[in-house]
Design a protein around this ligand. Structure first.
Ligand SMILES: [Zn+2]
Length: 94
C-alpha cells in the first residue's frame, strides 16, 4: 500500500499556482484579487485564468479602474457597501 500517503494531500501544489477554470469563481474572488488579499497561489491561478480568458480579464480591468476611482487619496479602501454595489453592477453588466 505504498504511495497512498503521498497522494491527495496537495503537497505537489505548494509551489505551483492552481489554475482556476471557473469564470464565476474568478469573478467571485476578483475584488480580493484586485486588493491583493489572496494567497500567492490563488492569485497566480487567477492570473493564469486571465491569460486565457479575455472576458474575465476585461472584468478585472474594469473592476480595478472602478476601485481606483472610489479609493480615497490615502489609499484606504472604499467603504464595503459601496464596493459591493459597484461589483454587483459590474457583474450584472457582463
Ligand atoms: Zn473566465
Amino acid at each position: 500500500m505504498k504511495g497512498l500517503e503521498s497522494s491527495g494531500l496537495g503537497m505537489e501544489n505548494i509551489d505551483a499556482s492552481k489554475e482556476i477554470h471557473d469564470c464565476t469563481q474568478v469573478r467571485g474572488m476578483s475584488s480580493d484579487y484586485v486588493d491583493g488579499e489572496l494567497e500567492a497561489q490563488t492569485s497566480g491561478g487567477i492570473i493564469q485564468h486571465l491569460q486565457g480568458c479575455p472576458p474575465c480579464l476585461a472584468f478585472i480591468e474594469s473592476l480595478k479602474a472602478t476601485i481606483s476611482l472610489i479609493k480615497d487619496p490615502q489609499g484606504k479602501k472604499a467603504p464595503d457597501g459601496l464596493r459591493a454595489r459597484l461589483i454587483e453592477r459590474l457583474r450584472g453588466a457582463n
